[in-house]
Design a protein around this ligand. Sequence first.
Ligand code: CP
Length: 305
Amino acid sequence: MMKAAERDLVELSDLSAESIREILERAIFMSQQPGPISGERVRHVGLLFSEPSTRTVLSFKAASDRLGVHVLELHAEASSLIKGETIIDTARTLEAMGAGAIVVRDSGEETARQLSQQCRAGIINAGGGIKAHPSQGLLDAYTLVDEFGQLEGKRIGIVGDILHSRVARSDLIAFRALGAEVVLVAPPSLQDKTLEQEGVVLESDLDTVLPHLDAIQMLRIQHERMEDGRFGNLEDYIESYQLDLARMERARESLVVMHPGPMNRGVEISSEVADGERSRIYAQVAAGVSVRMALLERALGGLSG
Ligand code: CP
């Protein structure tokens, strides 16, 4: 059986703006369903995470529960991956056990693409290297659409370790597709000049940018993906880039504060701001369940029949 390629979600750049809007509309529908949504036959989804996760893996599980879909979860560190089995053979094994969709997180940037080409199951990329985290891009867009109604004319800042951030890359595509302008703010050593394009501005001075933003997405420093010496001094970084109450004085009163998690409180964001009234950090987590319900339904080719 051939599968329809449109069931896969590898990168948001594979989707049209119309497809992004359709998924977000379906996620809104999912958010309004009071109880489990079940099809006529049992569906399975495989969760294949070879990098750590809290939010993504648990929200795919919560989404599966809400859809009445059974989860086949593989813990990489306790699996035959450590005996040398490839991730593709592992995915095919999940597929042979009945997984109609496979959610994959891996350090390889092309792993989800390779699975998409070699598996019949619908593939959802749950984070690939530094390149793509498309379901995060969609849930961040969902959160902002829920806040503003639409993103046309909005200016959204993404601040921090842009260079190593798959979230920044997927957010950029989702926000631009919905009509927002994006400002990428980072110290020069953590900026990625290849992301400069129409509607995307690269900046290093947060204090200059902050008063003009409608929303801000703060990112953690990804020390685990960085070669020694690139980052510099932590105190200097905190001084220039931490979103704290003093810096919030420069922002619009209506600024929406986001963070994809995991947060390093006291580094990129202070606890007062993370827990403050402008924070939508836990709204992002909640949006993740609805968006991932819509993505699982899509990856399975529907829930009925
Ligand atoms: N935002 C995000 O991907 O979080 P986890 O790494 O905890 O899944």
